[in-house]
Write a protein that binds this ligand. Structure first.
Ligand code: RB5
Length: 145
């Protein structure tokens, strides 16, 4: 059974988050969802912090965040030590964010990412292992505190 993932979004990412949950079901990946629960306006940091905290504390090994562009949630999540949130726009970046950066949070833009492409990004991101080696040395240099 794959590790469960935790998802969160604001209103602008809500529709894509719902789609990604269906994709996770098809892939057999268990998930939890911190919200939001509708397209009513909310503040993206409230959800970015919840997902990042769950990953930073080890409660979940990986998280997925969606806002309008993915920018706000990735900035928010990356304030948490140990969180490496990658704002991913295409399949190659999805692969490299895992192989090279050991990204543990995937950030997507609900208003900027084609939904079918988001499904492909998700599957690649979930199934690509960290390459280690020289990339391990570099990732170890990221943390500042
Ligand atoms: C909400 O309008 C929008 O600002 C938010 O979803 C996100 O794109 C911020 O980075």
């Amino acid at each position: 059974m794959p590790d469960p993932v935790i998802l969160g979004s604001d209103h602008a990412g809500f529709a894509l988050k719902e789609r990604l949950k269906a994709a996770l079901d098809r892939l057999g990946v268990p998930w939890d969802d911190v919200g939001t629960t509708s397209e009513d306006s909310v503040d993206y940091p409230d959800f970015g912090h919840q997902v990042a905290e769950a990953v930073a504390t080890g409660r979940f090994s990986r998280g997925i965040l969606v806002c309008g562009t993915g920018i706000g949630v990735s900035i928010t999540a990356n304030r948490h030590p140990g969180v490496r949130a990658a704002l991913v726009c295409d399949e190659e970046a999805a692969r490299q964010s895992r192989e090279h950066n050991d990204a543990n949070v995937l950030a997507l833009g609900g208003r900027t990412t084609d939904p079918a492409r988001a499904d492909r990004i998700l599957e690649i991101w979930l199934n690509t292992p960290f390459a280690g080696g020289r990339h391990g040395r570099r990732v170890a240099k990221i943390e500042t505190r």
